[in-house]
Design a protein around this ligand. Sequence first.
Ligand code: UD1
Length: 337
Amino acid sequence: MKILVTGGLGFIGSHTVVELQNEGFEVVAIDNLSNSSIEVLDGIEKITGKKPIFENIDLRDKSAVQNFFKKHSDVLGVIHFAASKAVGESVENPLLYYENNINSLVYLLQELTILPQANFIFSSSCTVYGQAEKMPITEDASVQPANSPYGNTKQIGEEIIIDVAKVSNINAVLLRYFNPIGAHSSAEIGELPIGIPQNLVPFITQTAFGLRKELSVYGNDYPTLDGTCIRDYIHVVDLAKAHVVALQRLLKKQNPEKVETFNLGTGKGSSVLEVINAFEKVSGQKLPYKIVGRREGDVISAYANTDKANEVLGWKAELSLEDGLASAWKWEQKIRS
Ligand code: UD1
């Protein structure tokens, strides 16, 4: 069974390729290497014993997308990760985000509507909930106006898929991720941020390694236990496995609705200071940090109610925050050695 993974050399994409290959799927990975590296293919091969088929395609190139599906007309499912994801950059360059995240999605869906049957997994985000009124967040919490073009592309993406599924052969699962962290336990693949990391965990591991002077903690005056923001940090390997489960559900036609939505998190919220403490514990490193002002656009708290994913998908996050941090630290040391 041939599965297309777009953004297959990226952080979550590469871990998902590994889990798909472990389950016996034949994988074709598309990536334009804009935020990834070709060496990721070697890492995947070291873990699974097999390289996925690789196509260096920019999904904004409509004719390239058309040609891809002519060549690979036997694709049975698509897991679509390829997208830009830096919130700040999206504010500065909204058209880049709308072009990259929306055009690519439209071109892919256009090709899938031609197929007799298409199964589509979409990489969405808990950012669609904004500051939810109730914690933990259930899938029926209302979608709030997006506070960045990046967030807006995830909301618009979900809407496009819902509209298209109504009038086509497409069945889809929208997966709303909380905060993915960590790396494969082998340290053969992991997160490769370009430039200064915007996300907490890669900033922590780079600081611990001495690449950054200190971590800035964005605000300790939030209405939380220790004043820092709360997030739900999910191990990327758990997240990757959820994609395989969601895909199998569509392939086995177990989905009662054409489009289903699931939160993917652990259900546990951790504050920034708790993450720092956990990192110091698992790494044995002292992490230099200072408290600075709040970062614009940060919500106070976001963690998932995972009941729907647990019960309907039969998937549950198995790995802890400590596992995620330890694997991210192992990976950071490996890539710098
Ligand atoms: C946000 C979105 C997420 C989206 C992601 C894209 C929410 C709830 N989450 O993640 O859906 O996919 O952006 O990048 O909207 N922090 C520091 N210092 C740092 C970096 C981060 O203190 O140097 C803090 C942040 O204030 C936040 C936490 O660490 O409280 C996590 O930040 P980050 O890793 O950037 O993820 P989110 O902003 O939660």
